[in-house]
Design a protein around this ligand. Structure first.
Ligand code: ASP
Length: 310
């Protein structure tokens, strides 16, 4: 596949479409990525990002987001932020600075308020109902059993500029203050316009053990083709975790190289992702993993109807 944009999960479809429109109208790749991520953040149907995101153990929605500009290598990120309408906007804002690029919790909220970013109650009634039905268990090891996680990651390229943005509410029922891979640069995302960009979604604790986004971009730097870079980075990481006796949770990756080639890999059975292609179409693909053998398919209507996730 080749394209201008690639994004994680089926939920990114409308956002990528919007991003493509922004590019077609002459907007920058940064505007395109931010619009794409905001569409997912604003949609209460998606329970893992922004408004409508599932809350932490205390019933509060805590949001993480990051942005990286591949020209300047400037990155910005916020973590554990409450009631901020569009975390991606603040992450992008912070990527322009040399210092104070990663802000957490109250400090990030104070910064966003001072800069005039919109705040609102991010806990929807539906998310609260799911929370109130959940049996509380303070077992750190079982946390991933709650499911309810998926990060929106969007990579874009326009001219020579590559960039990526990610946004998530993290794991459902996470401990208050828990931060995953998403705002950790090199783990949740990485972009270098000279080489390419990559982003990750899945269990943050497991992704961070391998700094997986940086690992994919470094393989691109060594000349590895993008699909192979995704598959190899994931396989090597899984093997390493295996040797440590650790059974990782779900991990999925997307990447784009300088020539607009796109790759994806997953340790799940299937991982849908959306491509804004060179003809300006929006196309859904899925990385399918059959016993470790990866293929990328263009799913038909029946596959899409049967798919359960976001
Ligand atoms: N990576 C995110 C986190 O661990 C969640 C996800 O992408 O599913 O917070």
């Amino acid at each position: 596949m080749r394209g201008y944009m690639v994004a994680t999960w089926k939920m990114a479809w409308d956002g990528v479409k919007k991003g493509q429109e922004v590019l077609r109208a002459g907007g920058s790749v940064h505007q395109a990525i931010i619009e794409a991520v905001k569409m997912v953040e604003d949609d209460p149907e998606y329970h893992s990002v922004g408004y409508g995101g599932l809350p932490n153990y205390n019933g509060e929605v805590e949001l993480d987001a990051a942005y990286m500009d591949g020209d300047t290598l400037g990155y910005g990120g916020i973590m554990g932020v409450k009631n901020l309408k569009n975390p991606i906007e603040v992450a992008f804002d912070l990527c322009h600075y040399k210092r104070n690029c990663l802000l957490a919790a109250a400090g990030a909220e104070e910064y966003a308020r001072k800069k005039g970013y919109a705040f609102c109650d991010m806990l929807t009634e539906e998310a609260y109902l799911r929370y109130s039905r959940q049996t509380k268990q303070m077992d750190m090891e079982k946390l991933e059993a709650y499911g309810g996680h998926d990060t929106v990651c969007v990579i874009g390229k326009s001219g020579d500029t590559m960039a990526c943005g990610v946004s998530t509410s993290g794991l459902f029922m996470k401990l208050p203050g828990r931060v995953g891979d998403s705002p950790v640069i090199g783990s949740g995302c990485y972009a270098d316009s000279e080489v390419g960009a990559a982003a990750a979604t899945g269990v943050g604790e497991d992704i961070m053990k391998g700094c997986l986004s940086f690992s994919v971009v470094e393989k691109l730097r060594q000349g590895v083709p993008v699909q192979q870079a995704c598959e190899t980075a994931l396989r090597e990481h899984m093997e390493r975790l295996g040797r440590s006796g650790h059974r990782p949770g779900s991990i999925s990756l997307i990447a784009m190289d300088r020539e607009h080639n796109i790759g994806a890999a997953t340790n799940k059975k299937a991982f849908p992702f959306v491509v804004g292609d060179l003809e300006r179409n929006t196309v859904l693909y899925a990385a399918v993993n059959e016993g470790g053998k990866m293929s990328v398919i263009c799913p038909d209507e029946a596959w899409i109807q049967a798919y359960q996730g976001d």
